[in-house]
Design a protein around this ligand. Structure first.
Ligand SMILES: Nc1ncnc2c1ncn2[C@@H]1O[C@H](COP(=O)(O)OP(=O)(O)OP(=O)(O)O)[C@@H](O)[C@H]1O
Length: 278
């Protein structure tokens, strides 16, 4: 497994952002979902090695990241797009992505070609020599994705990557994710359930620092199709598609007390006898 977290706890002063979660992630595209404050960014920051766990053990690419030397080795194989992505506005796209490649200690000879490939992958070749400050918000986000993938990372962490992308770019981006997920472990935090449906094979749903659901995208969709919130007329307020209903149902079940990782078994809220797929 690329990521193995045991008992991972992250606290910010008195707030428990992650509460002793056990998680593993392997090759493929994983969607990280959850309401505001669920702990998604806290998890991604630990996996990106920019924040230390308060408790628990995390191994990335087979290395224990509590060790400085191991962390440095992992960073060379990481790609990370933070939620608040910082850049130098006076740099051109090419200069900035090259700079990140240098920070990742990529062999210098391969950098120019790797930069062009990364910029091409996000559809920004026509602006490669433009200063970043002259780009639109969505284009800057694409520069963020390009810098994250420039080293062909084994572990790619993207915190709300589609925020600000137009619909056409979102479609392109999902294609890129599926492509990257063939060889790498890609973890994408998003509020857009449709991004997960289109690009992710696995879903982890967090709620208040705990895991409310883990499974395949198809399983979350089935959950929505077969759940009470999915039944015709059962919930007139909910007009979402099956995966959105699966999201809602998994959260409700988890809040009602099901904390076994699926949020379903033994759920005291389920008194209606409705069938679910699990
Ligand atoms: N630097 C901080 N100081 C204090 N509390 C924090 C800090 N960062 C996060 N938190 C708290 O930790 C919890 C988890 O936050 P986190 O940002 O990980 O959630 P999230 O799922 O990414 O949320 P969102 O979807 O809103 O981005 C929240 O209660 C948040 O208020």
């Amino acid at each position: 497994m690329t990521v193995e977290a045991d008992g991972l706890t992250v606290t910010h002063r008195k707030t428990v952002a992650l509460d002793a979660v056990d998680l593993t992630f392997g090759t493929g595209v994983h969607g990280l979902l959850g309401p505001n404050g669920a702990g998604k960014t806290s998890l991604i920051r630990v996996l990106a090695t920019v924040a230390a766990p308060t408790r628990g053990r995390v191994e990335l690419l087979g290395r224990d990241i509590s060790e400085h030397r191991e962390r440095s080795a992992v960073r060379r194989r990481l790609g990370y797009l933070p939620q608040g992505f910082g850049y130098y506005p006076g740099f051109t796209v090419r200069e900035f992505v090259s700079y990140i490649a240098w920070l990742k200690e990529m062999p210098a000879a391969g950098v120019p070609q790797a930069v062009v490939r990364a910029v091409d992958r996000v559809g920004l070749m026509d602006r490669i020599d433009a200063k970043i400050k002259t780009l639109s918000g969505g284009m800057v986000r694409r520069v963020g994705i390009a810098q994250a993938v420039v080293n062909d990372p084994d572990l790619l962490l993207l915190d709300e990557p589609t925020a600000g992308l137009d619909p056409e770019q979102r479609v392109e981006f999902r294609r890129l994710l599926r492509d990257l997920g063939r060889d790498a472990t890609v973890i994408v935090s998003t509020h857009l359930v449709e991004d997960v449906a289109a690009a992710c094979s696995e879903v982890t749903l967090l709620e208040s620092g705990r895991v409310a659901f883990r499974g395949t995208t198809a399983e979350l969709t089935d959950l929505g199709a077969n759940s009470p919130v999915g039944a015709a007329g059962a919930d007139p307020d909910h007009d979402g598609n099956p995966i959105e209903r699966g999201y809602t149902w998994a959260l409700r079940a988890h809040r009602a007390g099901g904390r076994n990782g699926t949020g379903l078994a033994g759920d005291p809220a389920r008194t209606d006898g409705a069938e679910t797929s699990r």
